[in-house]
Design a protein around this ligand. Sequence first.
Ligand code: FAD
Length: 318
Amino acid sequence: MKITDHIKNANGKTLFSFELLPPAKGQSIQWIYDAIEPLLDFKPPFIDVTSLREDYIYKQKDNGLLEKLSYRKRPGTIAICAAILNKYKVDAVPHLICGGFTKDETENALIDLQFLGIDNVLVLRGDARKADGSFIPTPNGHAYASDLLQQVKNHNAGKFLHEDIEVEYKSDFCVGVAGYPEKHFEAPNMETDFRYLKQKVDMGADFIVTQMFFDNQKYFDFVNKCREHGINIPIIPGLKPISALSQLINLPKIFHIDLPQDLVEAVQSCKTTKDVKQIGTEFMIQQCKELIKFGAPVLHFYTMGRPEQTRQIAEAVF
Ligand code: FAD
């Protein structure tokens, strides 16, 4: 079922969903099942599976240079989505990214997804490869999420890349895009970022999932600003509980987000990782309660395949 229909059918009740990433190569599908099963009690109508571009994994040396440690390859997002849909009868939402994929490969992916009965996709540009510094489009691939969105919309309309004859084919993917309550880091300002988000919505995006944030006011302002810009589709907040001291540095560095001072101080005062998790959990429970009060359609958790903390939060909130 489409995510927009799940939201409509909920009649204003906030739903619970979460995101997984494909495990590192060498793991089995059991890794995915173990990441899902503790969260099924909260009846997620959908589960997202991210897509990671192949890349080297680096270590930064003392002189600042990068040293290659290994090559990142993971089992395919589509195969994992098929397994989830078949085993749990829960809608699985693959992330489709521009980076690393030609338009033909994307078309093949869409044909596979249609065949498998997958109804939703989240389209994204994808992150830059580490050594590239900034995002470099794949030859014969897409440069922006909006270009990829256009391909999905064309696909829904039965327009294939190399076919000029009409074919009997129907896909009707419900398409999500990313939104950034604290601005995408490359956008020169919030207004420009909104302009490109609006472009994606005008091209037919059906829902938005946000980058993580820790200050609800940023989400509230973002939603209000979207509405002012005529963006009226559901805006699903993305949430990640703090679970380690190192995240005080890593989350702002990787995701370009701010952490509230009271949260930072509380985490800094912790003696053990267990204490940090406790603080992160309590903080997120408060965040969730406020978001539900605001009327967020879904609370979407970035679990990274580790369900325990999200389960604790969901137990307190749903
Ligand atoms: P875009 O919408 O293409 O925007 C990228 C930048 O370009 C922005 O600064 C925007 O303002 C600007 N822009 C947009 N359109 C234009 C245009 N036509 N001309 C000029 N500038 C333009 N990454 C992964 O690799 N895999 C994942 O699975 C993944 N999942 C994610 C899920 C969510 C919910 C979110 C929020 C992010 C996710 N990401 C993922 C990260 C995402 O790919 C990066 O944040 C990426 O840098 C931007 O992606 P986007 O889809 O927002 O890009």
